[in-house]
Design a protein around this ligand. Structure first.
Ligand SMILES: Cc1cc2nc3c(=O)[nH]c(=O)nc-3n(C[C@H](O)[C@H](O)[C@H](O)COP(=O)(O)OP(=O)(O)OC[C@H]3O[C@@H](n4cnc5c(N)ncnc54)[C@H](O)[C@@H]3O)c2cc1C
Length: 478
């Protein structure tokens, strides 16, 4: 037995003492199952998967890992697309999947106290049973956890109206890398007593601590809405359409999702993942949703259609008339979650650009990719109202080809002063590209925060920032 294996054995025995052996999975098949997030990025193999059921048990496990300098990769539903929840060699996976459930829902203050491993959809459903809603919504809602969505500051399809996850978190409880518990489960929107530490943890992708519980701000549930799909000439027409909808419906416009012709062709024609509700041939498609007052029909939206068809802004359009229509229209946009087989190996760029320049950026990216032999088929879809495009580029599967395509696209993002990730997070896949969006000073401040909270670099090393782990040395970095 090697020294490293002996050391692992000692650590695992101590973890089993603290958590119970049922909560420490060491079988190869189990470790393999938890090894990667949805990105498929496989950086290494964990020595164990820890599944604590309480904050206190998780804190004891973190303290032990800190003592032995064992790296910890926190994990929620593993729907992440940036490799931030994927294992590195010699780490432990800290899965929050047993820390589940809504602890309290206070209808008067419209707040919910929830444990980190609870799936987002369960939170939405629990709120709706009380006539309330948690407005963060993403395609992976059934599996993504509240902890994971907070750790990544998830965006999604309703950011235009309600903002990112960080706008809805009132209180947070997290375990710091030394095993201490930082708890501020506040319920007030106003609290200026010093630094807002929860905001530091939100979006930190498991590199500063393990989120265990949260207090969420809910809002009244408005079930009534009008959903429409429109065919437009191009992205510029989509921007005019967005302005027109905002002027008319203001904050009642809750979603504005764009689909480029390359995406439309793959989803509706080549793969059959979704059915087009009208004949194609448009330069751009937009799916938009407008909140309606209770018991009111979509008359307002029909009036808007009549107005814009007079000025030729909209080439074709369809308004959902039933729940089935509603599902079929959203299917067009959410089919991106099932596109992997049709596209083969691909890079999933998640780019943020000033919305008014997004169309130009995409045209330039297309021209650049056309000229690159390393780039295969390209599709574009996204939260265009937020300036966020998901640009998927097929490739050979060879890492040298991936690097060339990334270099080209992230170079362009840098020219546009955009974000190399708008919502999915940096994770391990984009850590090398952080400086294409952040200045040296910004990266230095991030590194200083990281090393002050996590001096031994045990908390998700190699994710977000280049690896600074100073551990026992028997496990890898990036
Ligand atoms: C079909 C599909 C659609 C998607 N749509 C969107 C979208 O519209 N918008 C969007 O923003 N994202 C989207 N995503 C990405 C993904 O769903 C989100 O990033 C989600 O927030 C991840 O949640 P999770 O529980 O699966 O976290 P994981 O994938 O398990 O982890 C994600 C990151 O958070 C960390 N982490 C997880 N839980 C904790 C915790 N309790 N404490 C500390 N760190 C933790 C992990 O270490 C990792 O770095 C989509 C993914 C899929 C597969």
């Amino acid at each position: 037995m090697t020294g490293a294996a002996l050391q692992d054995g000692v650590i695992l025995a101590e973890l089993a003492d603290v958590l119970g052996s049922h909560a420490v999975l060491v079988d190869t098949a189990d470790r393999e199952r938890y090894r990667c997030d949805q990105s498929g990025h496989a950086a290494g193999m964990p020595i164990a998967v820890l599944r604590p059921a309480t904050t206190e048990a998780a804190a004891q496990a973190v303290a032990l890992c800190a003592q032995h300098r064992v790296a910890i990769v926190p994990q929620g539903g593993r729907t992440g697309l940036s490799g931030g929840g994927s294992a590195i060699d010699g780490c432990v996976i800290l899965s929050l999947e047993r820390l589940v459930g809504v602890e309290e829902l206070d209808a008067a203050t419209m707040t919910m106290t929830v444990r980190a491993g609870t799936p987002l959809e369960q939170v939405q459903e629990a709120a709706r049973r009380h006539g309330l809603d948690y407005p963060v919504d993403i395609g992976a809602r059934g599996t993504a956890t509240i902890g994971g969505t907070i750790a990544t500051n998830a965006g999604g399809i309703r950011v235009l109206r309600f903002g990112m996850t960080r706008h809805h978190v009132l209180g947070l409880e997290a375990i710091l890398p030394d095993g201490s518990i930082l708890s501020r489960m506040g319920r007030t929107a106003k609290d200026n007593t010093g630094y807002d530490l929860k905001q530091l943890l939100i979006g930190s992708e498991g590199t500063l601590g393990v989120i265990c519980r949260a207090v969420l701000q809910l809002r009244p549930w408005r079930a009534n809405s009008a959903l429409a799909l429109v065919g437009l000439r191009d992205h510029a027409a989509a921007l005019r359409c967005l302005t027109s909808l905002r002027q008319r419906f203001d904050t009642r416009l809750i979603a504005f999702e764009g689909m480029w012709p390359d995406y439309w062709k793959l989803v509706c024609h080549d793969s059959g993942l979704a059915k087009p509700p009208f004949a194609g041939g448009h330069g751009f498609h937009v799916l938009f949703e407008v909140e309606l007052p209770d018991n009111e029909g979509p008359g307002d939206v029909e009036d808007w259609f009549a107005e814009v068809s007079e000025n030729d802004l909209v080439q074709d359009g369809v308004l959902a008339q039933s729940l089935a229509d509603h599902g079929a229209l959203w299917r067009l946009r959410e089919a991106v979650g099932e596109i992997d087989d049709a596209l083969g190996p691909h890079i999933n760029f998640d780019i943020g650009i000033d919305p008014s320049r997004l169309g130009r950026f995409c045209d330039q990216a297309d021209r650049m990719l056309d000229a690159l032999p390393q780039a295969g088929r390209t599709v574009k879809v996204g939260h265009v109202g937020d300036g966020n495009v998901h640009l998927l580029v097929a490739h050979s599967g060879l890492s040298k080809d991936v690097k060339i395509v990334e270099q080209a696209i992230y170079g362009l993002v840098q020219d546009y002063r955009g974000a190399v990730t708008a919502e999915h997070g940096v994770g391990r896949l984009k850590a090398d590209w952080l400086r294409h969006s952040r200045s040296d000073t910004e990266v230095a401040v991030m590194a200083a925060v990281k090393s002050s909270l996590d001096p031994h670099g045990i908390m998700n090393p190699g994710s977000v920032l280049p690896c600074v782990h100073r551990g026992a040395g028997h496990f890898g970095s990036k």
